[in-house]
Design a binder for this molecule. Structure first.
Ligand SMILES: [Zn+2]
Ligand SMILES: [Zn+2]
Length: 440
């Protein structure tokens, strides 16, 4: 009896598996959408359209015929699953919408999390979404209209899509924050497109960078570590939010203030280009995402600033909050004179601390980032703030007169009349660094 039971279970499992292989009562959805999305009816699709603000649909058959339509037409399309084949039909739209054996649907939407950015230096960029990438394998054959509703028909190209990478080597940055340098050939061979995102070495890709800035925010921590700070103390000036493009813009307009006396280099920052991540890289030489993945036992002392640095005295001059704790004093400041800015108080506090004994003094100015968020990175108000902070930085540097590193954590890009950062945009990713360090 037991034997029969085993047999019937095995047969049942086989039938279930077979059922799974032959019949797929769902359609895969690709393009600008989370990986693994499927639909099994027009209603499901309508739900996705609302969730991700989908504007265009691209229906592709197993023989690589495709049609595109705007989502307004969806209510007039029916998706039918019959005898293991998906059909699209409509009685009101042009006949080209009638497809047999649909393989997948691609969508264009506001979900751009997995688009890749191609940078060819420090200012030019191109973003490629999964939807655009899918469509580039097809050519437009023609389009037909009926009652002003347009359906475009496509067929598959015989050539394969080429990424326009010209440099001999590229830097790739993954969404995890990991970076890797590759030759052009290695890059083209190991890149895989999954119809919703790109991977390499099973990590999701976000930036492909040709002619990338050689200096990186990850260089700061090893530089501090290599110096004998007991003999030659260091002033580290952290200018939050001053992107390379913002500084160049100010320079061109003659508005860089005292920053014109500095030799700033473009410096690539961490991904995502956010203050916490950059600060962590400066204070630990590590990436925050990797540190967060550490087992608890190994986390001791990691989430603090300068924990491994071979120094015995330091001060951190901050605004009104602590980003990471430290074994060294963090001096907080508030807007005591109520002028809407804390950088004047931070400056005064830094001047006082210059006279104290220390091996490292970190001064974190915040107002350029705040102003650029509020008014935009290239706004008049932001230019004024760059000039103001430049005077603080210049004054600190000349009062100190010894080893100084000035750096920023990221830049900002325009978004309407304000500014943002944290994405794979070149304006966010290129920060600045100027270092005046004597050998010792
Ligand atoms: Zn910042
Ligand atoms: Zn910010």
């Amino acid at each position: 009896m037991g034997k029969y039971n085993v047999c019937s279970v095995v047969i049942l499992l086989c039938l279930l598996l077979l059922q799974g292989c032959v019949s797929q009562p769902y359609l895969r959805v690709y393009g600008d959408i989370p990986a693994g999305t499927t639909v099994s009816s027009v209603n499901d699709l309508q739900h996705l359209i609302e969730t991700y603000n989908i504007t265009e649909l691209f229906l592709v058959t197993t023989d690589f015929t495709a049609v595109s339509t705007c989502t307004q037409n969806l209510s007039e399309i029916s998706l039918v699953h019959s005898k293991n084949v998906w059909y699209s039909t409509s009685t009101t739209l042009p006949r080209t919408i009638n497809l047999k054996d649909i393989a997948f649907i691609a969508v264009e939407s506001d979900y751009k999390r997995h688009q890749i950015a191609l940078f060819d230096g420090t200012d030019r960029q191109q973003h490629l979404s999964a939807y655009e990438r899918i469509k580039r394998d097809f050519t437009l054959v023609g389009s037909s209209a009926r009652d002003e509703q347009r359906i475009s028909k496509y067929s598959r190209e015989s050539f394969t899509f080429r990424y326009q990478v010209r440099a001999d080597s590229v830097l790739v940055i993954f969404t995890s924050g990991r970076e890797r340098k590759l030759s052009q050939q290695e890059f083209l061979e190991s890149l895989t497109f999954h119809k919703t995102h790109w991977t390499m070495e099973s990590d999701t890709l976000t930036i492909v960078w040709e002619n990338f800035p050689t200096s990186s925010i990850y260089d700061i921590y090893p530089l501090l570590n290599s110096q004998s700070l007991a003999k030659e103390p260091m002033l580290l000036i952290f200018v939050d939010g001053l992107g390379y493009n913002m500084l160049e813009n100010a320079r061109v307009l003659g508005r860089a203030g005292s920053f014109r006396y500095f030799e700033f280099q473009p410096m690539r920052t961490v991904f995502p280009p956010k203050t916490r991540y950059a600060y962590f890289a400066v204070g630990n030489g590590k990436h925050l995402n990797e540190a967060r993945r550490l087992p608890h036992a190994q986390r001791r002392g990691i989430f603090t600033l300068f924990s491994d640095l071979n120094i015995s005295s330091a001060y951190i001059i901050e605004g009104d909050r602590v980003f990471f704790t430290s074994r060294f004093p963090i001096v907080l400041n508030t807007d005591r004179n109520n002028n809407g800015c804390i950088d004047d108080e931070i400056f005064a506090s830094a001047v006082q601390h210059l006279d104290k004994e220390f091996e490292l003094l970190l001064v974190h100015f915040h107002s350029i980032d705040n102003t650029a968020h509020e008014h935009g990175p290239y706004a008049e108000r932001t230019l004024q703030q760059i000039e103001t902070v430049s005077r603080y930085v210049q004054e600190l540097k000349s009062k100190w007169g010894r080893n100084t590193i000035v750096f920023s954590d990221h830049g900002l890009h325009s978004s309407g009349f304000s500014g943002r950062h944290g994405t794979n945009r070149i304006e966010d990713m290129v920060a600045i660094m100027s270092s005046l360090v004597m050998e010792n």
